[in-house]
Design a protein around this ligand. Structure first.
Ligand code: JFZ
Length: 428
């Protein structure tokens, strides 16, 4: 007989506050690729100062290494990412199991990665790149062909536009920014815009205000009502845009009532840095994705193409390993379309997500000596069936006190994660 246990309960179908809005795909897809690519990539992370010393950074190299604007512009004029291959990028994303891509269309350096008509500080007009190519258009074509979504990162903060930094000239900058965003939305039909650089800074002063954020958001939805927009569009973070953007961290507990996406690097930099070989393991990355899903968030994992436009091989390898894991025996079911599992406490042994009448307990650390894992969820439900995805491992599920116990039968194998799929009743 099925164990009567305390479980996620009858609110499965109804406790999702975001049922049929424009963020529907975003909540299902869960896993995306971030791409930091700009004229900074042409430095490959190293600036040799006039005195011969070397300063290291990535997309902040201009500012952190104090590169004078004329030297920075001179370097950008040699930028030739001839090996950028949108199909290969999309293939790397697909192989990883990623379902959307967000690329920097303009980072803080102000350099546009598409042929903007607003200024000449862009990849067509200020580079050594093929004037007939447009990498954003290529990416749009490749993502559409592959059936995945495309979004653009756009920095409000701009180090290049002289009108940015003074409140008197700022409206002129803002007008150009609106024009650029219209080019992006009308020209490439992105599914998502990822703003950044809305935060207060001095040196230069950042005049972006709460009012500016609200106005921009409604402008964008006027252009395209279905656009998903992140919270960094405005100053207030929690209530601006469609979703929150914790950076380089996964919240320790589920977040209810607001969508969110953790963005994270594969090594220690967003932009390409040739000296940085501190790669996260694919085991860590898969576990991060599972933890994120179990707290109802998305995972946006970054790659930084080099000066020629190639994604570093160690990144491609790790992404491939993640995809291999997700594709194995339906383990990806614990991620796509899944969310917070409804447990009372965050388990120390792994994470739990749910989808429909399925609970996915992803065990990363079995207790020693064959001891049970205990699941205590919010309201009572039955377990109708239990099986391990991706391996022949057997488990026993029994009712225990205020929840239920899962025990491996035989030796537990500590893999990347052992996904125990529980069919529960009531379902949605
Ligand atoms: C920003 C950028 O400055 C950085 O280069 C990168 O693009 C990253 C994804 O976003 O960095 C931030 C943004 C927000 C915070 C910290 C760094 N924050 O809210 O603490």
């Amino acid at each position: 007989p099925p164990a009567q246990v305390a479980g996620p309960g009858t609110d499965y179908a109804t406790d999702d506050p975001f049922t049929s809005d424009r963020t529907n795909w975003f909540r299902q897809d869960r896993f995306g690729m971030f791409i930091h690519f700009g004229s900074y990539s042409n430095w490959e992370g190293e600036y040799r100062r006039p005195d011969g010393s070397v300063c290291r950074n990535a997309e902040w190299i201009k500012r952190e290494c104090g590169i004078p604007m004329d030297a920075y512009e001179k370097q950008a004029a040699t930028f030739n990412p001839a090996d950028f291959d949108a199909k290969a990028v999309v293939k790397a994303a697909k192989d990883a199991g990623m379902r959307y891509i967000v690329i920097t269309s303009k980072h803080h350096e102000g350099y546009a990665m598409w042929p903007t008509k607003v200024n000449s500080w862009n990849l067509r007009d200020h580079s050594a790149f093929d004037k007939n190519r447009d990498i954003l258009a290529e990416l749009k074509q490749a993502t559409t062909a592959a059936g995945i979504k495309l979004g653009f990162y756009y920095s409000i903060w701009d180090w290049h536009d002289p009108d940015f930094a003074s409140p008197t000239t700022f409206p002129k900058y803002e007008q150009r920014m609106y024009a650029q965003l219209k080019e992006l939305v009308d020209g490439y039909h992105p599914d998502l815009l990822w703003f950044d650089g809305e935060w207060s800074t001095e040196n230069p002063h950042n005049p972006w205000s709460e009012r500016d954020g609200e106005r921009l958001e409604s402008y964008l939805h006027g252009l395209s009502p279905d656009l998903v927009v992140n919270n960094r569009v405005g100053k207030r973070r929690v209530v601006d845009g469609d979703y929150g953007t914790p950076e380089q961290e996964i919240p320790a507990a589920p977040v209810d009532g607001q969508l969110w996406e953790s963005c994270m690097t594969l090594n220690d930099h967003w932009g390409y840095a040739r000296y940085d070989q501190n790669w996260k393991s694919s085991t860590t990355l898969v576990r991060n994705l599972l933890a994120t899903t179990s707290r109802s968030g998305n995972y946006l994992l970054n790659v930084g193409p080099d000066a020629r436009g190639r994604i570093p091989q160690p990144s491609v390898d790790r992404l491939r390993q993640m995809g291999d894991w997700l594709r194995t025996s339906g383990q990806g079911e614990a991620v796509y379309g899944a969310r917070y599992g409804g447990l009372v406490d965050e388990p120390a042994w792994g994470s739990v997500s749910r989808k429909g009448d399925k609970l996915y307990a992803a065990v990363t650390q079995w207790p020693s000596g064959g001891a049970a894992l205990h699941l205590k969820a919010r309201t009572a439900f039955d377990v109708k069936a239990a099986r391990v995805l991706g391996s022949g491992q057997q488990v026993r599920v029994t009712k225990a006190g205020d929840g239920f116990d899962i025990r491996p039968s035989g030796a537990a194998t500590n893999a990347v994660a052992t996904v125990v799929e529980l069919t529960v009743n009531p379902g949605p």
